[in-house]
Every structure is written in C-alpha cells, then in structure tokens.
Design a protein around this ligand. Sequence first.
Ligand code: BDR
Ligand code: CA
Length: 319
Amino acid sequence: MKKVIFDTDPGIDDAMALLFLKKAPDVEIVGVTTCFGNGTIETTTRNALHLCDIFGIDAPVAKGASVALHGRADPPADHVHGNNCLGDVTLPVEPMKAAHYLPADAFIVDMVRCYPHQITIVAVARMTNLALALRRDPGIAPLVKDIIVMGGAFGFHGHSGNVSPVAEANISGDPLAADEVFGADWPVTIVGLDVTEKTVMPTELIDRIAEHGDATGKFIGNISRFYLDFHRDTEGMDGMFLHDSSAVAYLMDPSLFTTRRGPVRVVCDGIAVGQTIQKSDRKRITPAAWQNRPSQTICTDVDSQRLLDLHYEVVIARS
Ligand code: BDR
Ligand code: CA
C-alpha cells in the first residue's frame, strides 16, 4: 500500500483528484493537508473536511498556510471554482469532524518521521506547506519517499502559463516556496501544464461519471458544471483541463508520462514571477543558478487517452 498525503486547496479539480485517489488501488490516504489558493484557507479546509465526509475518507485533515511565504495571498479564484470553491453546490452546514490539532506543516513532519521512506506527498496547491515543513525540519527531506506536484509549465506543446504568459497558478501563488521545494534533496516529479492542459476531460465523460457512478460520481458531476462553464467561456472548450487528477495518475501509472531530468528553478520576482525553468541533465553546461541543486523530474508528454480511460475506469469500476 502506498501511504499518501494529499496537499490540496479544494477546488473543483482538487475534489475530482481526491476521489480518484480514494478509489485508486493500492493507496492509503494517511492525511489531507490544506493550503490557501483556490479559496481562503478557511474555505479550502472546510471543503476538504466536507469532501472526506462525502467520499468516506477517514484520514485526518490538517489545516495549513493562509498566506504565501512572502506574507500575502492572491484573491480567491471565485471565477474558476465558484464562491464556495466547489461550484456553488450547496454543502451540509457543518462537516462531521474538525480539523486535526496540528498545522499542516507539523503534521507532514510527524507523518514522515513516523513512516520514514514510506510517505508520498501528492501536492496540488501552493507549495507553502511543504516549504514550511522543510523549514521546520530539514531532516525530513531524505525520509520522504517521493513528491508529486501539480504545478508549473515548461513550454512543451505550447503550454507555458495560465495566470501569466509564463506562470502557472500553484507556482506563481508562492514562487519562493516552490523554489525551496524543488531545490531540496527529495525526489520531486512535476506534473505541469505541459501535460495537464494537453489532457482535456470532455463534458461527455463527466456526464458518464455522473450517470453511471455512485453518489460520489454524481457529486463530481454537479460541482463540475461551474468549472466546465469557465472552460467554455475562457477557452471555448467542451470539457476541462485535467490538472490535479494528472498528478494522481502519475502516482498510479508513471508509464503514462514522458519525463526529463534536471534541476528546476522558479523565478521569484519581476514580470516572469512564477516561471519554472529546468536545466536538462543532458546539457553539459550548468549555469550558476542551477548548480548545487538536485535533479528533479518534469513531465514533458502524456498519453492523454490512456489517462482518461484510467480515470473513468477507476472512478466507475470502484463505485
Ligand atoms: C492549478 O491551480 C488550481 O486552480 C487548480 O486546482 C490546480 O491545482 C492549475 O493551475
Ligand atoms: Ca489545486
């Protein structure tokens, strides 16, 4: 069983990814940690607690960062995910349980120390909680099994940014945190827009999940309407980019992806803030900014059809 901490800012696509993870074979969700991002930390934490109730996940939910390392937070992405961040679908008044007593970064440290070399962190929000965990206890880095991040963009297939021409939201929301996480000595795989925008989940597939799935599938169908409208209005698409679920898919089957190795830096100020840049290990010359940084893995391509098939089969077959 893979022991997984899901670091998240739910978020419609986060909700979809959490259900995918819950239904994935051979996965034990040992914690859900929340971060500001798609909404305030109050909204994303409340949503994570509700999602655990709705999906039947009994892992602790630890509340995380409310602002980026630089002390500020972007305004919530209401126009993408709705005012309640779950498509404005009505939720029960209160979740069934309260958040864990530890803040997310301390919870991550505890779990990694408790299960050395066993914890995978699937991080689909700002990297703030991970950076804070590293600052709290740098000794955890070699004890983490691996980290799979949804974030960033490297320009493959024409995908280089969604909040600026060169920056993706999870990275631009806390660029310093991402730069610290990618520079630490733990194995990180970055699943960026290069592959998540290459994979479009068609409206018809969401409809099928809603129709043939259990109550959780119907819930995903309901919350997705807002996200589908956003994609239709902004991109003219009849479907949605598959962001956070792509990171879960990497956990389940890395053979879906083509990858490249090399150290990664994040631009932390100026007009390109949030840009992610990898120096490929195949290039002999290493400019100073990339020296003394570990090689990390980025996804450069994906078999989108196989990914969509996997998503559907896992969510439906395990209903
Ligand atoms: C990422 O930003 C958030 O809005 C989504 O949940 C996803 O994690 C995509 O850029
Ligand atoms: Ca997210």
